[in-house]
Design a protein around this ligand. Sequence first.
Ligand code: SF4
Length: 212
Amino acid sequence: MNKKQRALKIIEELDRLYPDAGCSLTYKTPLQLLIATQLAAQCTDERVNIVTRDLFEKYKTAEDFANADIKVLEQDIRSTGFYRNKARNIIACCQKIIDEYDGEVPDTMEKLLTLPGVGRKTANVILGNIFNTPGIVVDTHAKRLSNRLGLTKEQDPTKIEFDLMKIIPRERWSRFSNQLVFHGRAVCNARKPDCESCSLKPYCVYGQKKLK
Ligand code: SF4
């Protein structure tokens, strides 16, 4: 079985396991998802969802964030870690959205990448979940699982993204990323992957080696 055929088998199995795998961040608007995704860097989605419950009550629009007192915003998001950088980027990002995009979150990779603090990962989250444009989100789970599964040998998220784009059908990019997150949490943990009970094992390079 070549890599592409294995990828299709993995997709088939992920569909069976996680038919409804969606984004784990809580949001109601494109702006909320943009902010939540920025906060999720080096932080769990669960923690971000706790923080944004109050945050989105306090700051409702791009203007609210752009005009925030940075010291106050830092404290509002402190428990997500790296809060100084995140606060600075959120304010600058919202300022740019107001100045250049009429207060609306832009809808293309090119434009999203012009926003401070927004990289390909955040842009793909927005494109996939808001604008129905397929995008592969390479977070810590996708990075670990795609390496273990033998779908890439890269460590750099952008290189992983481009490797996966070659073997995963385009219409599946967003869902596939979400499913890797679900499987990473449920079975293929960072420290102790449960290969014995994992149904991806027949198609997984790491699993096959480990159980030989
Ligand atoms: S077989 Fe093991 S390494 Fe491969 S996906 Fe399953 S748990 Fe992860």
